[in-house]
Design a protein around this ligand. Structure first.
Ligand SMILES: CC(C)(COP(=O)(O)OP(=O)(O)OC[C@H]1O[C@@H](n2cnc3c(N)ncnc32)[C@H](O)[C@@H]1OP(=O)(O)O)[C@@H](O)C(=O)NCCC(=O)NCCS
Length: 264
């Protein structure tokens, strides 16, 4: 699909589809994980007790499927439900709330037009399995430095194994100082895991990575989408991104989930 032909509604839909593609690719790359496709939602369910492979998204809920989702979530130690701007019906949050789901945190969905700016620092695609895992490990160190080494290793392996994701390293004097993951979709290029090594932050490398992603999208004739924490919304706005919606992350309220588990 040509990006010029995307209406605002199609843009939101394409961005949400990009997120779904990415989250499911990563989740399903964790061993012993399966996908469940129901009328009202898509879910990823895995043995590893982490939301990376235990979540539902792509919602089209009614009261019955919301209860079905509640039952599924109650069986798991951890389970996230992501509401996207393209979900149906509009009051999807209310249906979840009535089934004892509560919002844990919120991400901002943003979009930018591509830009053909020349890029300075050297970007290299991680092409071999070895480079993919090394760069994925670098990413997990930047994002999950407080989590256990074994958790980081699993996420890094899933990231490296998700073969539809393109992984790039930012090299300064041949040293990996930043990284980014691109998920190419229909008319949209998804940016994930954009990060800079903690020792190299605050000198403009994050902005360079973003500018590089915009120029990469320009070459491909795509717009760029990403999801970020509200604290980074201003930072991305200054780099040409606009907000297209929010992604709420729901979990089952703890007391309810244990009540249901004890009752069975
Ligand atoms: C966000 C990140 C990529 C920025 O990289 P960086 O190289 O420090 O960014 P730059 O030097 O280009 O820009 C620094 C600016 O970003 C702001 N900034 C950086 N992290 C921020 C945060 N978490 N919240 C708010 N502002 C932030 C700084 O205050 C600084 O502002 P200034 O330009 O007004 O001085 C880096 O902090 C990082 O890797 N964080 C961990 C991973 C992450 O959260 N990635 C974002 C995924 S959406």
């Amino acid at each position: 699909m040509e990006r010029g032909t995307l209406t605002p509604e199609e843009t939101v839909l394409a961005c949400s589809e990009n997120l779904l593609q990415t989250y499911f690719s990563l989740g399903l790359a964790i061993p012993n994980t399966t996908m469940i496709q129901e009328e009202g939602f898509r879910a990823c369910v895995g043995e590893f007790d982490h939301p990376i492979c235990n979540f539902a998204a792509g919602l089209n809920l009614d009261p019955w499927s919301a209860k079905q989702l509640r039952e599924l979530a109650a069986k798991k130690k951890v389970f996230n439900v992501y509401t996207l701007p393209s979900d149906k019906p509009r009051h999807v949050g209310e249906l979840l709330y009535r089934c004892d789901f509560r919002v844990g945190y919120r991400l901002i969905q943003m979009v930018a037009e591509p830009a053909g700016r020349h890029y300075g620092p050297h970007m290299r695609m991680a092409e071999t399995a070895e480079r993919r895992i090394e760069t994925a490990q670098f990413m997990t160190e930047q994002f999950f430095n407080r989590q256990s080494e074994s958790f980081r290793q699993r996420v890094a392996q899933a990231t490296a194994d998700a073969s539809n994701m393109e992984i790039y390293e930012l090299l300064v004097y041949d040293r990996r100082c930043g990284a980014i993951m691109l998920c190419p979709g229909d008319g949209v290029l998804g940016v994930y895991n954009l990060c800079v090594a903690s020792a190299n932050r605050g000198v403009g490398l994050g902005k360079e990575l973003t500018a590089w992603a915009l120029s990469e999208a320009h070459k491909r004739g795509q717009i760029v989408t990403l999801q970020c924490d509200a604290r980074l919304q201003g930072w991305y706005s200054n780099q040409g991104f606009r907000t297209t919606g929010t992604i709420d992350v729901y979990t089952l309220s703890k007391s309810v989930s244990s009540d249901i588990m004890n009752a069975t």
